[in-house]
Design a protein around this ligand. Structure first.
Ligand code: PGA
Length: 329
């Protein structure tokens, strides 16, 4: 009978069912694989039905497994919420929070964490940085409490609110012939070879949509660079030009190796969104972090976005981290 099952077994089962892999569940929970197998075998005995079935090399949940997954999730979440509420009643906000942010937000969100931890020393945050596709997979599997996404998924039942601007700018090496050109027409730009982020990246998707809408095919170099930093280095090395979030330049020097090109129609205006599944009630700590982001982030962003490149400088030309005259960059 299921009431003989332990919480630990439900935790092991939830991880194995989420990953559809005993090995990955063992890794996540820092257990050995035989321990995971034993726990799951015992659990299946308590239920009296198999929970997984293997077809070929893949593992699937049986009907009983699917039902048990729902029940385990709600039991574990109820307990987690209780733990956080109890902490709240004791007057401390404490608990653990899982947040996934897309790679462009990696240049902004961590800035805020210091202040958050100072205010709520009892809250622990596990922050995962992923591209759009990976973040959406995590969202579909309810892996995290909160997400910062470039564009909320269209069909999923999620709560999404606009957060901070995420302008996309055209970058080239500082020595590129177009580096000092003004109001570069798109048809001139598309003659250049492009280095783009990997398929699955929201930035790439936005760039492809933008140029497709203009009816202009891009010449994209056949190389997959799954990180903003790798793309920046390839561009600095003269491989081609790119379009990336202006946030990726946050730590670049104004006289560094990259130049923001002054291109018609740019920057592409985008936003980040704070997202969480509607089906999931926000925990006390998740709601605390969300409130913190809502109030603190715009204040930080106001100061910080002003200095991001891609804003037109008074002469009409955008520049890297345009600084006040006389101010060190
Ligand atoms: P990504 O993130 O390019 O790393 O997927 C940016 C976005 O989705 O806007």
């Amino acid at each position: 009978m299921i009431r003989h099952a332990t919480l630990r077994q439900l935790r092991v089962f939830e991880a194995a069912a989420r990953h559809l892999s005993f090995t990955r569940a063992a890794e996540e929970l820092h257990l050995t694989q035989p321990t995971v197998s034993i726990q799951l075998r015992q659990l299946a005995e308590f239920v009296g039905l198999p929970l997984f079935e293997q077809i070929g090399k893949r593992l699937y949940l049986t009907d009983a497994g699917r039902e048990l997954l729902q029940a385990s999730r709600s039991a574990l979440e109820t307990l987690l919420r209780f733990e956080m509420r109890a902490a709240d009643l004791r007057g401390v906000k404490a608990g653990r929070l899982r947040v996934t942010i897309i790679t462009t937000a990696e240049y902004f969100v961590p800035r805020l964490l210091g202040r958050f931890f100072e205010r709520y020393p009892g809250i622990e945050i596990a922050l995962k940085v992923a591209n759009r596709e990976q973040a959406l997979e995590r969202l579909a599997a309810y892996e995290d409490d909160l997400y910062v996404l470039g564009q909320p998924p269209e069909h999923a039942a999620v709560h999404a609110e606009p957060f901070i601007e995420n302008p996309l700018v055209v970058l080239a090496s500082r020595t590129h012939p177009l580096a000092d050109a003004q109001a570069i027409p798109l048809r001139r730009l598309v003659q250049e070879p492009f280095v783009l982020r990997e398929p699955g990246s929201g930035t790439r998707l936005a760039v492809e949509k933008f140029f497709a809408a203009q009816g202009m095919p891009l010449r994209v170099l056949r190389m997959e660079l799954a990180s903003n930093e790798a793309v920046k280095l390839a561009v600095a090395g003269g491989l081609g030009i790119t379009v990336l979030s202006a946030h990726t330049l946050a730590l670049e020097r104004a006289d560094g190796e990259l130049a923001v090109l002054d291109v018609e129609g740019f920057p592409i205006r985008r936003q980040w969104y704070l997202v969480y599944p509607k089906a999931r009630e926000l925990s006390v700590v998740a709601a605390t972090f969300l409130d913190f982001l809502r109030t603190e982030a715009p204040r930080t962003a106001e100061r910080y976005l002003k200095n991001l490149p891609g804003r037109r400088a008074p002469q009409g030309r955008p520049d890297l981290l345009a600084s006040e005259p006389g101010e060190p960059s």
